[in-house]
Design a protein around this ligand. Sequence first.
Ligand SMILES: [Zn+2]
Length: 65
Amino acid sequence: MTLKPKILDVIACPLCKGKLLYDKNLQVLICKFNKVSFPIKDGVPMVAAQDAKSITEDHSKRSAQ
Ligand SMILES: [Zn+2]
C-alpha cells in the first residue's frame, strides 16, 4: 500500500495547518511542528485532531546516536 505523493500537497496538519511528512516505514503522516503522527488506514490518512498521536522520543534518540 503506497500513498500517492500528491495527497501530501492537499493535506495539512489540523493543528498548525503545516505540511505533513509521510513516513513510509511507520505508515504515518508526521507533523514535525507539533511532533504528532497521524495514522493511514487503507491508504486514507486520518488527519483529524483526535487522531493525532504524540511522537515518542524514539526518533530523536535514534538520530542522536
Ligand atoms: Zn502541526
